[in-house]
Design a protein around this ligand. Structure first.
Ligand SMILES: [Zn+2]
Length: 226
């Protein structure tokens, strides 16, 4: 995984090329964020001291999951006679696909693209991660959340959408930047328990960023003036 915030930014950036359909872009941005929720399973396994094998970059990063999700939302759109659910499902599918492609290209681990068929595609087998880089890539999760929130805040300012939430969002962005600095220092002077606190705050920030995405829906969905 490149950082979850980077995925979200890619989702927002893709709006230049996406057709203007209601809820499609919202789906794309959320689709970019949700695959790394599999870290919840990793966290539960870690806490209960069971194996974390096959939990990250597997079931939420699979082409079969994408197909199932698109199909599910298509059925929901038929049942509710609301085409926007279908757009949302297609958006989620596109978003997860973008997420997986970026994971394959920009990260140093593999992805089980065809889960439940256990085959890991990995372009990075040759790479040995220096520990300082491992630390920076982890703490940069907070940096990327901060950048994502800042991007939404400046888009909202420009477009005059969700204006009521912009000051708060800038505040949340600053908190993420502060966490980035704090944990970069903490990891370089390791203390017991830092990893657990980091993991908990990361998951919290990931949930929060999904909430922010929904809160800023109007901003994300606003067509770009060309
Ligand atoms: Zn991922």
């Amino acid at each position: 995984m490149p950082q979850a915030g980077v995925h979200a930014i890619v989702g927002v950036a893709s709006r230049k090329w996406m057709p203007k359909k209601e809820w499609l872009l919202l789906g794309i941005v959320l689709g970019n964020l949700v695959p790394d929720l599999d870290n919840i399973a990793v966290a539960v396994a870690t806490v209960t001291k069971s194996s974390t094998d096959g939990l990250h970059r597997t079931f939420t990063h699979s082409l079969f999951t994408i197909l199932a999700i698109v199909l599910l939302f298509y059925l929901i759109s038929l049942a509710t006679k609301n085409a926007r659910w279908g757009n949302f499902g297609v958006g989620l599918g596109i978003g997860i696909l973008l997420h997986v492609l970026l994971d394959l290209l920009l990260w140093f681990n593999g992805v089980e693209l065809f889960w439940p068929i256990r085959y890991e595609l990995n372009f990075w087998n040759w790479f040995v991660m220096p520990s300082w880089l491992g630390i920076l890539l982890k703490t940069a999760e907070f940096l990327a959340f901060g950048l994502y929130f800042s991007l939404l805040a400046s888009m909202a300012g420009r477009q005059k959408t969700n204006e009521d939430y912009v000051p708060k969002l800038r505040g949340w962005a600053n908190i993420q930047f502060a966490l980035f600095l704090l944990f970069t220092v903490l990891f370089f002077f390791p203390q017991a328990g830092v990893d657990t606190i980091y993991g908990a705050l990361y998951l919290l920030a990931l949930f929060f960023s999904i909430g922010v995405t929904l809160r800023m829906m109007q901003t994300i969905e606003q067509p770009i003036n060309q």
